[in-house]
Design a binder for this molecule. Structure first.
Ligand code: GUN
Length: 283
């Protein structure tokens, strides 16, 4: 069996078209959704991610602002900027691009963003609300993963979902969202002995480790839905996922490519959170 390749780009495009309609309706009521991105320093990967976010905003009709700060900025200066944005009624979403320079505590920065504007879904209040199933801003990559699985027509309820990776940004939250959807969830990580014995039980396999090609055919049961969150640049300069795409696609039922799978969905979910935040202004 050859898997259906999940087209994240096409799915993202459809959702962005829906969001553009919502943003237009808001604009007609006098509310322009606004996202402010803070970029500290000039790390090339962060520059590229931020560029994608700003471009996405323009596509759906979100007003975006980019605040650039020197890598020598102090934590106090950064926190003061966040506080100004918290108070600004035209700003519906605040995103501080991570990672930050070593002298700034990421947790202090995440805590400083008002939960009302936490479109990344990283604030402890957002994370807590997600955990207990309250309505909140969901973290963008995990939310994108769930959307992609649902749009394959796969029923998540009752399935065994295995998540490889336990990061705060992807592994842990995606496991919680799968649980919320009534999957039976197993989380594997670097200390898991005999990884393949567990991943082979998966009906849905989500891999978010950041290690090129670590999952091969020997890890996958025929007919599994495989979602590859990894983005790794190998020596040739090529971007590859955590999954050996060519061999796993021969046994999976559905598989995401890298690039063009989860990546385009992450920014789209950020746009969705920003539009939702602006809509709250109507309530
Ligand atoms: N750096 C890498 N991914 C992300 C993300 O989703 N949000 C933020 N703020 N920084 C990141």
């Amino acid at each position: 069996m050859t898997a259906t390749v999940i087209d994240g780009k096409e799915t993202a495009k459809k959702i962005r078209e829906e969001l553009a309609i919502e943003a237009k309706a808001l604009a007609e009521k006098g509310i322009i959704p606004g996202l402010t991105v803070i970029l500290v320093g000039n790390d090339p990967a962060s520059e590229s991610y931020v560029k994608g976010k700003i471009k996405g905003c323009a596509e759906v009709g979100i007003h975006s602002e980019l605040i650039r700060m020197e890598p020598t900025v102090t934590q106090e200066e950064l926190l003061a900027e966040i506080e100004k944005l918290n108070q600004n009624p035209n700003v519906h979403g605040i995103l501080v691009q991570l990672p930050l320079p070593k002298h700034i505590a990421e947790s202090a920065v995440i805590d400083a963003i008002s939960p009302e504007k936490d479109v990344d879904g990283f604030h402890p209040i957002s994370v807590g609300n997600m955990l207990i199933g309250n309505e909140t801003f969901l973290p963008c990559t995990p939310h994108g993963v769930i959307e992609l699985i649902k749009r394959t027509g796969t029923e998540i309820s009752g399935k065994h979902a295995v998540v490889v990776g336990r990061s705060n940004i992807v592994g842990k939250p995606v496991a919680m969202l799968l649980l919320q959807e009534n999957a039976t969830v197993t989380i594997c990580h670097s200390r898991t002995p005999d990884l393949a014995a567990i991943t082979k039980q998966a009906d849905i396999l989500v891999v978010a480790v950041g290690k090129a090609h670590m999952i091969g055919a020997e890890h996958v049961k025929p007919g599994t839905v495989v979602i590859d969150v990894g983005v790794n640049r190998i020596e040739t300069g090529k971007l590859v996922g955590d999954v050996k795409f060519d061999e796993v696609k021969e046994i999976a039922s559905h598989i995401t490519p890298v690039p063009g799978g989860v990546g385009p969905m992450t920014i789209t979910m950020l746009l969705k959170n920003t539009v939702r935040s602006a809509e709250r202004g109507l309530e």
